[in-house]
Design a protein around this ligand. Structure first.
Ligand code: ADE
Length: 228
C-alpha cells in the first residue's frame, strides 16, 4: 500500500507531517507533497486547499505522479443531522456533490456519464478508519455531501437536507476526491470531525474548532489507522 493522505487545511494535518519518517518534500502545481514512512506505512501527505477542483486535482496528482494506491481524506465538516454533534466523527459510506445539478438533462446530483449520484467509499478502508476513529470520538457512518460553498446559514443547510434526507455532514472536497478515485479505480475513504452545525454560528465555531481540536483528532485517527 502507498497511502495518500489529503487534508484541506494546515490545521487539519499538522502533526502528521512531523510524524513522517524520512520526509521528503516535492513541490508540484502549487502543492507540497511530503513522502515518507508513517508508522511503517509508505505515505504521501498533502494539503488539497479548499473546494472540489482543488481536491480533485490533488487526488489525481497523488495517483498519477506519486503512485498512491489508496487515498484517505481527513478534515472537518459541518453537521448535516441533528444526531451528529460538534466533536463527533463522520466516516463516509458514500459522497454526493450537493451543488451538482444538470437537470433536466440528467437527474439532480447525477454526475453525467458515470450514471452515479452517490460514490461509495471502499468498504475495507472505511471499516479500518471507523475502528480507528472510535478510539477518539463518537462515530457516525453514512452520507457526506460536498459543494463549493461554506454552509453558514440555517436556510442553506435546511435546503441541502431537504434534498438529501440521509445527510450526516457537509464539506467542500470529499465528493470530488470520490469521483476521481472512482474514475481511476483507487480505493478511498473520507473521515470528517464535526466542527460546526452549518448554521448561522458556523463560521465562528469552525474557526475555534480548527484552532483547538482539529489537528489532534486527525493525528490520533490516522495514528490508530496506521497501527492497526
Ligand atoms: N467544513 C467545516 N464546516 C463546514 C461548513 N459549515 N460548510 C462547508 N464546509 C465545512
Amino acid at each position: 500500500m502507498r497511502l495518500g493522505i489529503i487534508s484541506a487545511l494546515a490545521e487539519e494535518q499538522h502533526g502528521l507531517i512531523e510524524a513522517l519518517q524520512s520526509p521528503y518534500k516535492h513541490i508540484h502545481g502549487m502543492r507540497e507533497y511530503t513522502t515518507g514512512k508513517l508508522w511503517e506505512i509508505d505515505a504521501v501527505c498533502v494539503l488539497s486547499r479548499i473546494g472540489k477542483v482543488a481536491a480533485a486535482m490533488t487526488a489525481a496528482i497523488l495517483v498519477e505522479k506519486f503512485g498512491v494506491t489508496h487515498i484517505v481524506f481527513t478534515g472537518v465538516a459541518g453537521s448535516g443531522d441533528k444526531t451528529v454533534n460538534v466533536g463527533d466523527i463522520v466516516v463516509a459510506e458514500a459522497l454526493v456533490q450537493h451543488d451538482f445539478d444538470a437537470s433536466p438533462l440528467f437527474p439532480k446530483f447525477e454526475i453525467p456519464l458515470t450514471g452515479l449520484s452517490y460514490f461509495a467509499t471502499d468498504v475495507a478502508l472505511t471499516e479500518r478508519l471507523a475502528i480507528a476513529a472510535a478510539k477518539t470520538a463518537r462515530v457516525h457512518r453514512g452520507l457526506i455531501a460536498s459543494g463549493d460553498q461554506f454552509i453558514g446559514k440555517l436556510a442553506q443547510i435546511q435546503a441541502i437536507k431537504a434534498g438529501l434526507p440521509e445527510l450526516l455532514a457537509v464539506e467542500m472536497e470529499g465528493a470530488a476526491v470520490a469521483q476521481v478515485c472512482f474514475e481511476l479505480g483507487i480505493p478511498f475513504a473520507v473521515i470528517r470531525t464535526i466542527s460546526d452545525n452549518a448554521n448561522d454560528d458556523a463560521a465562528v465555531d469552525f474557526m475555534h474548532f480548527i484552532k483547538t481540536v482539529a489537528s489532534r483528532y486527525a493525528f490520533e485517527v490516522i495514528h490508530n489507522f496506521c497501527k492497526q
